[in-house]
Ligand binder design. Structure first.
Ligand code: ATP
Length: 433
């Protein structure tokens, strides 16, 4: 884990937030490569759940919502953990994580009695400072989709089963954040709310568990490090009838990437009750009016990014050197191609290399780098997971060919410079390059 964290900082994937002020604990900023990787993860998700299907519509709801939403959803009353504070060192712990509920695991001091602690962040809305102005930063994106259910029915007239998909920030005042970006207080979710006839819910739940599991595998997660964890009845959230997590074997142990739950008709019924609006679905063929059940695949963007990074990190011995390489799936790699001149003191080579990079840039995400010797340039690209490096050398000036080096195999191939774009385009899906 330390090696991945250090690579993330060294190469510009992820930095400590507010670093120059000593940081803000457990808060992270995505740097130039990190934002590309994160966007690629979100794009791959959106593509697989919205663009490649007919039955899911995308949306983007506001983070701030009417506070009644959180009463209806149950978050005001149910979304809390028990905390215990050390009377001596003042550290705070999640009570369920403590072996000895009376003694501080860090300093041995006496702990307070467990107290419940709501995980929602409160803020004030507008100029009102009394209780009536209290708002919450959403702890999940899901509610933005439930409250738009009737807007979607009225504007798009979808037939069951259909779903809504959304990616966005969520906030939870976690008692014990940690493990780098795995558990933070501000994070991004990618969630689907899939509306089904109640009698189809069990079947659709199984289909979604498999579809989401396969999504991680198709993007290169090693199958030995991915598993499904069905929840026992004592693990279920207050709204769920059944849930299975997709877990990844991180260096700190098996941990949840995504939960796929059967939320039943709990949410729509609650919102109908609290808002006074009829949120039933009308089946115009069967002439029936009813509340659909909801299957919810809910994943964390940051956790997926972390799993892809950990999964991709490899150290290999090459001759007497250690090669660090990120074997990211090519759709996820932040940069697809790097063009490198073999001799940076030869203006004709530099000029040709720049011209090649410029020509590719419009169609494929390409960088140009001449700030080191070729060995160093390759190392740099390996560490950020660039799938292809193109080297321009003296011979290129004569035979109009360049060397294409593939990241994982390190195999090299001479390709005619005029054919490079076509050669590389064929290696990537449109939209992913
Ligand atoms: P955990 O048990 O790890 O706290 P959860 O079961 O409370 O997670 P859900 O409410 O199911 O999480 O949220 C759906 C997804 O959102 C999780 O699978 C995870 O990927 C992501 N997520 C939830 N909390 C956090 C967090 N504090 N930091 C980063 N991602 C999170």
């Amino acid at each position: 884990m330390d090696k991945v964290v250090s690579l993330c900082k060294r190469r510009g994937f992820i930095f400590q937030s507010s670093d120059i002020y000593g940081g803000l604990a457990n808060t992270w900023d995505y740097g130039p490569y990190g934002v590309e990787l994160k966007n690629n993860v979100k794009r791959a998700w959106w593509k697989s759940v919205v663009y490649e299907r007919f039955d899911i519509l995308g949306m983007d709801a506001a983070i701030l919502m009417n506070p009644k939403v959180w009463e209806a959803s149950g978050h005001v009353n149910n979304f809390f953990d028990l905390k215990s504070d050390c009377k001596f060192c003042k550290k705070r712990f999640k009570t369920e994580d403590l072996k000895d509920k009376k003694k501080c695991p860090e300093c041995g001091g006496e702990l307070t009695e467990p107290k419940s602690f709501n995980l929602m962040f409160e803020t004030n809305y507008g100029s009102v400072t009394d209780k009536s102005g209290i708002m919450y930063l959403r702890p999940e994106t899901a509610q933005g989709m439930f409250v738009n259910f009737s807007n979607i029915l009225d504007s798009r007239h979808p037939r069951l089963p259909f779903g809504l998909a959304q990616i966005g920030k969520a906030f939870r005042n976690e008692i014990t954040p940690g493990n780098f970006t795995f558990r933070t207080r501000e994070f991004e979710q990618m969630e689907i709310e899939y509306f089904v006839r109640p009698e189809e819910a069990d079947k659709k739940l199984e289909e979604w568990i498999q579809a989401r599991f396969d999504w991680y595998l198709n993007l290169g997660i090693n199958k030995d490090n991915l598993r499904k964890h069905p929840h026992g009845s004592n693990e279920l959230a207050h709204y769920a009838k059944a849930c299975t997590d997709v877990e990844y074997n991180f260096p700190f142990g098996w941990s949840e990437l995504e939960g796929i739950a059967n939320r039943t008709d709990f949410d729509l019924k609650q919102h109908a009750k609290f808002s006074g609006k009829d949120l039933q679905y009308f089946d115009d063929v069967k002439k029936e009016r009813f509340y659909p059940y909801i299957i919810e695949p809910s994943g964390g963007v940051d956790r997926a990014v972390l799993a892809f990074l950990v999964n991709a990190y490899h150290e290999e011995k090459v001759k007497d050197d250690l090669r660090v390489v990120l074997k990211l799936h090519k759709d996820l790699a932040p940069v697809k191609v790097a063009v490198l001149p073999l001799l940076r003191n030869r203006p004709e080579i530099v000029e040709l290399a720049r011209k090649i990079a410029q020509g590719l840039k419009k169609d494929i995400i390409t960088v140009y780098d001449d700030t080191g010797a070729i060995g160093k340039l390759y190392r740099r690209q390996d560490e950020v997971g660039t799938p292809f490096c193109i080297t321009v050398d003296v011979q290129s000036l004569e035979d109009n060919q360049a060397t294409v080096r593939e990241r994982d195999t390190m195999q090299q191939e001479r390709i005619n410079i005029d054919k490079l774009k076509e050669y590389l385009k064929n290696k990537f899906n449109e939209g992913d390059r």
